[in-house]
Design a protein around this ligand. Structure first.
Ligand code: AMP
Ligand code: MG
Length: 488
């Protein structure tokens, strides 16, 4: 390692400094034989980090938390959270560490965070570890989401630790190095509120404003404005999930960010056939976080955030409730506008005026066809783009009720759909469940070729490329009903 390489990495400790009550200084567990499995060269460059250094033995030790640059203070973050509706007053990073912050090439502050770096004081019964499959899964899905233009935490690297971890059997351990605008969660505010330390709650809100919504500082009531900003960011985020068919799977308040980034990819999945009730997580037995419930549950989580923020909104709690409820009330309209606008873009009719009845009827008709199903959600829109170019066969071949479809297509075509717009918003490649599973199984056995190939497809999702045909196809018929497990 050269001094020059080292000097490219300075980690700030802004969170640890400003919010010490939420930060427990901690060290990562020693990885016996760290080996870099995947590395995000482009992201490293965006962060102003030296890729060659991060690939070096010391750089890889840094990526698992075993080499701590001078001046850095890794911390486990404290937070609370409603998990499946039940409140846990103390969750926190049980197996994760915030290494510190960097300023990226665009001048933005970014957290560098580890997942799977060993037990912390918040570990409860957990072993503090993570395994190769689920960490590569987060890497693949988060990078796919980013490429789809959806706000998300990013993945810088997955490093195998060289340690076997007990799950159902023994599996190879790994650490994910994650990058985020911040790791502030709804649960961070719940935790701060529960301490009854008003100064802490206010510092947390000020920190969130400075990092994510600096304009709120100028508002008449900056904290109310912060809440409004989070409501808007989440309304837009969840609309984007819905538009690509993404099911987060575990939308607990500790897994919802203040920044509006998607976070904590666990039992998530993209649905294949359109199904409002789609649930993939084995632990979501009641279907609380089913596809169609996501906007409702996001709003529920935001109500929990409002409760935590009430003392900031007005000293008089009675007086705080009305503006908080009003601010939360904006969620539905913002969500609907974001979803409708996005759906019109998917159908190539974004130019239609908001109140245009013909356009609304075409959107409703498309949803009716999907519901009539089973129709692969992603392929339906991609093939519809081909119909806009004159070849209606691929999409027509997907539906059962041809008469209904033909009359809908005529209505749609009368609006002059924009083919290019459609191809720029309807992905050809998403991390489909069968593709993710085959790639992770191979990687767990030591072969990363399929992970790399899938990454190649999903990180450029809108441009169909020769050689990637099987990545654009729907799930094989024998794939059956897919389940994801929280054994992350
Ligand atoms: P998640 O469902 O991944 O968002 O995690 C919920 C909570 O469980 C967080 O507080 C995690 O830090 C904690 N957790 C999950 N897995 C482990 C583990 N293997 N060891 C310790 N804590 C864990
Ligand atoms: Mg979590």
């Amino acid at each position: 390692m050269t001094a020059a390489a080292e000097s490219t990495l300075t980690l700030d400790r802004r969170f640890a400094r400003e919010l010490a009550e939420l930060a427990v200084p901690w060290q990562a567990e020693e990885a016996p034989a760290p080996e870099l499995l995947v590395f995000n060269e482009a992201l490293a460059a965006d962060l102003g980090l030296d890729p060659a250094y991060l690939r070096s033995p010391e750089g890889v030790r840094l990526l698992v938390g075993n080499h701590v640059p001078d001046g850095a203070t890794p911390v486990a973050q404290a937070y609370a959270g409603h998990q499946f509706g039940g409140y846990s007053p103390l969750l926190g990073d049980g197996r994760a560490l915030l290494l510190g912050e960097v300023t990226d090439r665009r001048g933005r502050i970014r957290d560098i965070h580890l997942k799977g770096s060993g037990r912390t004081p918040f570990a409860r019964a957990g072993d503090g570890r993570a395994v190769v499959g689920p960490m590569l899964r987060e890497y693949l899905v988060s990078e796919a989401m980013h490429a789809l233009g959806i706000p998300t935490t990013r993945s810088l690297a997955v490093v195998a630790t060289g340690r076997q971890v007990r799950r159902e059997g023994m599996l190879p351990g790994a650490v994910l190095t994650r990058v985020a605008g911040s790791h502030l969660r709804v649960g961070s505010f719940q935790y701060a509120r529960a301490t009854e330390n008003f100064g802490l709650l206010r510092r947390l809100a000020d920190h969130a404003i400075a990092r994510h919504y600096p304009d709120a500082a100028e508002a008449e009531n900056p904290y109310l404005e912060l809440f409004r900003s989070v409501v808007s960011a989440q309304a837009s985020l969840v609309a984007r999930w819905m538009l690509v068919g993404f099911v987060h799977g575990v939308m607990n308040t500790d897994n919802m960010t203040i920044s509006g980034e998607t976070i904590d990819y666990g039992p998530c999945a993209f649905m294949d056939a359109f199904n409002p009730g789609a649930v993939f997580s084995s632990i979501d037995v009641s279907g609380r976080y089913a596809y169609a419930n996501q906007p409702v549950l996001a709003e529920w989580n935001l109500a929990r955030l409002a409760e935590a923020m009430l003392p900031l909104i007005d000293e008089d709690q009675e007086k705080a409730v009305t503006p908080a409820v009003e601010a939360l009330g904006a969620f539905r309209g913002q969500y609907s506008a974001a979803w409708s606008g996005g759906m019109r873009a998917k159908l190539g009719i974004a130019d239609a005026a908001a109140g245009d009845e013909a356009a609304s009827a075409v959107v409703d008709g498309a949803i009716a066809i999907l519901k009539d199903g089973p129709v692969d959600y992603t392929l339906f829109f991609r093939n519809l783009g081909k119909a806009a170019r004159g070849d209606v066969r691929p999409v027509r071949g997907m539906v059962l009720d041809l008469a209904a479809f033909d009359s809908w297509v005529a209505q749609w075509q009368a609006l002059g759909p924009d083919q290019e717009l459609m191809d720029s918003v309807n992905p050809a490649y998403i991390p489909r469940n069968h593709l993710v599973e085959e790639a992770l199984a191979a990687a767990t056995g030591g072969d990363l070729d399929l992970v790399n190939r899938l990454l190649e497809a999903v990180t450029e999702p809108f441009t169909e490329r020769p050689g990637l045909e099987r990545y654009a196809e729907g799930a094989p018929e024998d794939f059956g009903s897919y389940m994801t497990f929280c054994g992350t």
